[in-house]
Design a protein around this ligand. Structure first.
Ligand code: BES
Ligand code: MN
Ligand code: ZN
Length: 494
C-alpha cells in the first residue's frame, strides 16, 4: 500500500511523476483545472484522441520539459448525473492500474461534479480506489513486476477531517485486502489450522483475545453438525473466536455484536460430490470467515465503540471412507437433530453449531456471512449479497451501510410458508428443502438455530465474495466483500 499525503496545491502546480485529473462524459476539458497552458494542452489531446470520458477511459499525455510533472493522466468518470462515491473509487482504481508500475509518486485531483458529496467522503473513496484497484494477489508468482508506486498525493487541504478520511480509507482497504488474500490462497495451504495461525497473528498484532476450539472441545460441547461435516477430511476442524472490546467509556455499556463466518476451506461437496467445474472456485468457500477476520483486524485502528465477537467455523468438506453420508442424522449443539440429505449442503450444518455458540454469548445481535447457496447467485448474480433475517430493523441497517460503501446488498424474503419445506419425518429438521427458493430455505434453516429472540441477519455472499474475472476494484480472486460494509455498520461515520 503506498504512502498517502495531502497537498493544497493545484493539479497544474504539483510536482510528481504523474498527475491525474478527471473528466465527465462529454466534457471538453478536465474538471477543476483552472485555465492554464496545461488545460489547453489536455483539451487538445482529448479532442485528438476522441476521448469521451466514459467510466475507466484513460488518456496519458506526456508533457514537454519545464512542466511540474512529466505525465498527466485524464481519467473518465462516466456521465455527470451518475457520479457518486463509487465513480471516485473506480476512477482512482483505473488511474492506479495505469500508473502503478511506472510512477513512484502519483498526484491526483479529487474527482468532483459540482458540489456534490463532501470532500472527506471523496478522499476516503479515493484512497480505497488506489488500494483496492491496485491490489494483486501474487503470493505464488515467481517473477512479478513489483509496483513502483510508493506515494500518492491527494490534492486537498490537510484538515483533520481529511486526514481521518485518508486513515479510514487505508484501514478499510487493509482489512479488505486481508480477506481477499486469505480467500485467494490455495485450499491445501489455507486449511482450518492455517486460519488459526492467521487469527493468532491478528490477535497478537491488534490486541484481541482469541479462543480456539479443537475437535475434542467441540465434541464435548456437542457440535455434532460441524464435526459431521468435518469427518471426511484429514484436516482437523477449528472454531475460532476473536473478541474485540472497545475502550471503556464511563457510564455506558457497549453494544455487543457477534459476526459468524462460514469457513469451509474447500468444498468438494463431500460424497454428494460436485462436478469438476463447480469445484474450481471452492477454495473460496471460507470467504465468510475471511471477511470476519478482515473486519476484526481493523476494529482497534478504527477505535470501534462496539464489542465484537468474530466467530469463524473452519472445516474442510471432503469425501472419504469416514465422510458423513446422505441419510445420516446429526445432533446439533442446540440439541436438535438434523436429517442430512445432500452432503454438499454443508455450510448450514457448520453454521448451525456456530450460531448456537454465538447465541450462548448473549450478544445484542448476530450477523452471519456465508457462501451458502448457488441459488443466490442465480437470483442476484455475481456482484450482489442476499440479505435475510426476521428482524427488519437489523436488515435495514445493513442495507443502509452497504449503500455507503458501494457493496451491493439486496433483501430476500424469508417467506413463512417455506419453513415447512424443512420438516423431516425422521429427525427434528432436515437441512434442505425443495429445488426452488434454495437460498430462502437455507436462510430459514439458519434462522432456526439463530433463534427469534436475538436479532439476526444472514448474508449470503456466494456471488460477490469471489471474482472469476477482473473487476473495477478487484482482480481475479477473493474480493474481500463485504468487509467495508461490516466496518461501516459497526462504526458509522468513523
Ligand atoms: N459452497 C456452496 C455454495 C456456493 C455455490 C458458493 C457457488 C459459491 C458459488 C454450498 O455449500 C453448496 O454447495 N450449496 C448447494 C446446496 C444444495 C446442495 C442444496 C448448492 O447451492 O448447490
Ligand atoms: Mn457445498
Ligand atoms: Zn459450501
Amino acid at each position: 500500500m503506498p504512502e498517502f499525503a495531502l497537498s493544497a496545491k493545484e493539479a497544474h502546480q504539483i510536482r510528481a511523476d504523474a498527475v491525474v485529473v478527471f473528466c465527465c462524459k462529454g466534457d471538453r476539458h478536465p474538471a477543476g483545472l483552472p485555465a492554464s497552458a496545461l488545460r489547453t494542452s489536455l483539451a487538445r489531446a482529448m479532442k485528438e484522441d476522441q476521448f469521451t470520458g466514459k467510466e475507466g477511459e484513460c488518456l496519458l499525455w506526456h508533457a514537454p520539459d519545464g512542466m511540474p510533472a512529466s505525465r498527466y493522466l485524464v481519467v473518465g468518470l462516466g456521465p455527470a448525473d451518475e457520479f457518486d462515491l463509487e465513480s471516485v473509487r473506480r476512477a482512482l482504481a483505473s488511474a492506479t492500474r495505469k500508473l502503478q508500475s511506472t510512477a513512484r509518486h502519483m498526484a491526483t485531483a479529487l474527482p468532483a461534479v459540482g458540489r456534490r458529496l463532501n470532500s472527506a467522503a471523496r478522499i476516503g473513496a479515493a484512497v480505497e480506489g488506489v488500494c483496492l484497484g491496485g491490489h494483486r494477489w501474487t503470493a505464488w508468482i515467481s517473477k512479478t513486476t513489483k509496483a513502483r508506486l510508493a506515494k500518492v498525493t491527494m490534492l486537498a487541504s490537510s484538515t483533520a477531517a481529511h486526514r481521518t478520511a485518508v486513515e479510514q480509507g487505508r484501514i478499510y482497504s487493509a482489512a479488505t485486502i486481508l480477506a481477499r488474500d486469505l480467500t485467494s490462497e490455495a485450499p491445501s495451504t489455507m486449511t482450518p489450522q492455517a486460519m488459526e495461525r492467521e487469527a493468532r497473528r491478528v490477535a497478537r498484532e491488534t490486541g484481541l483475545k482469541l479462543t480456539v476450539l479443537d475437535e475434542a472441545r467441540m465434541k464435548k460441547m456437542g457440535m455434532g453438525c460441524l464435526l459431521g461435516v468435518s469427518r471426511g477430511s484429514k484436516e482437523p476442524a477449528r472454531l475460532l473466536h476473536l473478541v474485540y472490546k472497545p475502550r471503556r467509556q464511563r457510564g455506558t455499556t457497549p453494544k455487543r455484536v457477534a459476526l459468524v463466518g462460514k469457513g469451509v476451506t474447500f468444498d468438494s461437496g463431500g460424497l454428494s460430490l460436485k462436478p469438476s467445474p463447480s469445484m474450481e472456485i471452492m477454495k473460496s468457500d471460507m470467504a465468510g470467515s475471511a471477511a470476519v477476520l478482515g473486519a476484526m483486524s481493523a476494529l482497534k485502528a478504527l477505535d470501534c465503540p462496539v464489542e465484537v465477537h468474530g466467530i469463524m467455523a473452519m472445516v474442510e468438506n471432503m469425501p472419504s471412507g469416514t465422510a458423513y453420508k446422505p441419510g445420516d442424522i446429526l445432533k446439533s449443539m442446540s440439541g436438535r437433530t438434523v436429517e442430512v440429505l445432500n452432503t454438499d449442503a454443508e455450510g448450514r450444518l457448520v453454521l448451525a453449531d456456530a450460531l448456537e455458540y454465538a447465541r450462548r454469548l448473549k450478544p445484542d445481535c448476530i450477523v452471519d456471512l456465508a457462501t451458502l447457496t448457488g441459488a443466490v447467485v442465480v437470483a442476484l448474480g455475481t456482484l450482489c449479497t442476499g440479505v435475510m433475517g426476521y428482524d427488519q430493523k437489523l436488515v435495514d441497517e445493513l442495507l443502509a451501510a452497504a449503500r455507503t460503501t458501494g457493496e451491493k446488498f439486496w433483501p430476500l424474503p424469508l417467506i413463512k410458508e417455506y419453513r415447512k419445506l424443512l420438516d423431516s419425518k425422521v429427525a427434528d429438521i432436515k437441512h434442505i428443502g425443495s429445488r426452488w427458493g434454495g437460498s430462502l430455505t437455507a436462510g430459514h434453516f439458519l434462522g432456526e438455530f439463530a433463534g427469534r429472540d436475538i436479532p439476526w441477519v444472514h448474508l449470503d455472499i456466494a456471488g460477490p465474495s469471489f471474482a472469476e474475472q477482473d473487476q473495477p476494484l478487484a482482480r481475479v480472486g477473493g474480493t474481500g466483500h463485504p468487509v467495508r460494509t461490516l466496518l461501516s455498520w459497526l462504526h458509522p461515520g468513523s
